[in-house]
Write a protein that binds this ligand. Structure first.
Ligand code: SAM
Length: 293
């Protein structure tokens, strides 16, 4: 893999170097649009660090969401990615990426469109890598969608607002919630490093963090996904209350539910492990099954 900041990271190592990203932005008039969450990363060192974290050489296909002017895309290709499919909503950026696609023949496909509508099954049967400096307004929705197709994914290396990254990786406390349980049930989740607002053009109001999610071979414990959602929603809906109280929104018999899950009625949502939430979901499914009979 090429070191970040080395000539290959800047220009692909073939022929003349690619123009600097600032020149691409000027030539294609990529004045950042707030509605599209456009905060561009122009530092090849940082883009290289994200590509390294993604182990870009490994998956047969990398899906990049929102390549913008292409800083991270360049780094992924320079790091040896065999094929990058980049989905971008802004037509101006799609045009700007043509030069990069020409530099790496057959390795970069740019798709103009909304990543929320992009079906990853289009990328073939092999498991894919997903890498993105995500637009903050759709980041969580995209992650939840990918978690529904986790069997098709080898790894996700994603930049979020720091606060969202904390919610994904928390194992208790204030940041722990439904998103943490869902993500950690299906993936090993690791917060890798923070990125200062100063690294972006224009700088966002908040610090960002890069998170790596690696899907587990099987979910952490058996549970029906809808039941897991229902119990986490009820438990975290009143996160300061004891579960015997918080779960009243779910059942008139929260104590019986907690007893059959082997969980103390005095426990609070913030102290339950993901495995305990799964036990609660199984008990809830069993209780509903018994009611239905
Ligand atoms: N990857 C580039 C970088 O790091 O410099 C740009 C990242 S910028 C935070 C987010 C990018 O996502 C923008 O280029 C924006 O146009 C694009 N974008 C926003 N919403 C999108 C959507 N729903 N689908 C695809 N791309 C989107």
């Amino acid at each position: 893999m090429t070191a970040a900041g080395a000539p290959d990271a800047a220009g692909g190592g073939q022929d003349a170097p690619l123009p600097p990203l600032s020149a691409v932005i000027a030539r294609h008039d990529l004045s950042p649009r707030r509605a599209l969450g456009q905060h561009f990363l122009l530092d090849p060192g940082l883009c290289g660090k994200i590509a390294q974290a993604a182990r870009a050489r490994a998956p047969a296909v990398i899906l990049e969401v929102g390549p913008g002017p292409g800083g991270l895309t360049r780094a992924l290709l320079a790091a040896g990615a065999a094929r990058v499919v980049a989905v971008e909503k802004d037509r101006r950026c799609v045009a700007a990426l043509g030069e990069l696609a020409a530099r790496y023949p057959g390795r970069l496909e740019v798709v103009e469109g909304d990543a929320l509508a992009f079906d990853i099954a289009r990328l073939g049967p092999a498991r894919i890598g997903i890498v993105a400096n995500l637009p903050y307004n759709v980041g969580t929705r995209l992650l939840l969608r990918w978690l529904e197709r986790v069997e098709r994914i080898e790894s996700m290396t994603l930049m979020f607002q720091k606060e969202v990254a904390a919610r994904i990786t928390a194992s208790g406390g204030r940041d722990y919630g439904g998103l943490s349980v869902r993500a950690q049930w299906l993936c090993a989740c690791e917060r890798l490093f923070d990125v200062s607002p100063r690294a972006f053009v224009p700088p966002p109001a908040v610090v960002s963090s890069v998170v790596r999610l690696v899907p587990r071979a099987a979910p952490l414990a058996p549970a029906d996904p809808a039941a897991l959602d229902a119990v986490t929603r009820a438990a975290f809906g009143q996160r300061r209350k004891m579960l015997r109280r918080a779960l009243r929104s779910l059942t008139p018999e929260p104590q019986a539910l907690l007893r059959s899950a082997g969980i103390s009625p005095e426990a609070r949502a913030e102290t339950l492990s993901v495995a305990e939430f799964c036990a609660l979901a199984r008990a809830w499914s069993a209780m509903r099954g018994a009611e239905a009979r």
